[in-house]
Design a protein around this ligand. Structure first.
Ligand code: THU
Length: 150
């Protein structure tokens, strides 16, 4: 999977952003281990704190459809009205980094922030969330939890 296809999927998801309050439209596309792409967009709320970011929307949608093996996420965000590019590199917020950490291998999972399919930067999750707290810290509980079975 080349990055361009993943960024294009994120740009397409961004078209469906519901962001009447901030006007900042974000799209995300997560690449699953089986080669499929699951997308998400930011969904705002009149009660501002109920807003969900595009990245978490994508992760939660993927997990709800039975996928937990992820290798990369592309993120596009900005206030501009163009649909094929953005005016900003939209880095994932701290909460979204932590949600990605739950399912991703920090050393190999790629976070691709893009303005367009031809203009992107990439980082490992480890670079964006060093010294993180994750499932391994609770491994005893994990091993005892029947809900971990897919
Ligand atoms: N937003 C995201 O979708 N992802 C992030 O990582 C940062 C922020 C959204 C939330 C809100 O709808 C808008 O951007 C402005 O904060």
């Amino acid at each position: 999977m080349d990055h361009k296809a993943l960024i294009e999927a994120a740009l397409d998801a961004r078209r469906r952003s519901y962001s009447p309050y901030s006007g900042y439209r974000v799209g995300a596309a997560i690449l699953c281990g089986d080669g499929t792409i699951v997308t998400g967009t930011n969904i705002e709320n009149a009660s501002y704190g109920a807003t969900v970011c595009a990245e978490r929307c994508a992760v939660f949608s993927a997990v709800a459809s039975g996928k937990r093996d992820f290798s990369a996420i592309a993120i596009v965000g900005g206030s501009g009205s163009e649909n094929d590019r953005t005016d900003d590199y939209a880095f994932p917020c701290g909460i979204c980094r932590q949600v990605l950490r739950e399912f991703a291998d920090p050393a190999s999972f790629l976070v691709i922030v893009a303005k367009s399919p031809d203009d992107h930067r990439e980082y490992t999750l480890q670079q964006l969330l060093p010294e993180s707290f994750g499932p391994d810290n609770l491994s005893e509980k994990e091993n005892n939890d029947e809900n971990q079975a897919v």
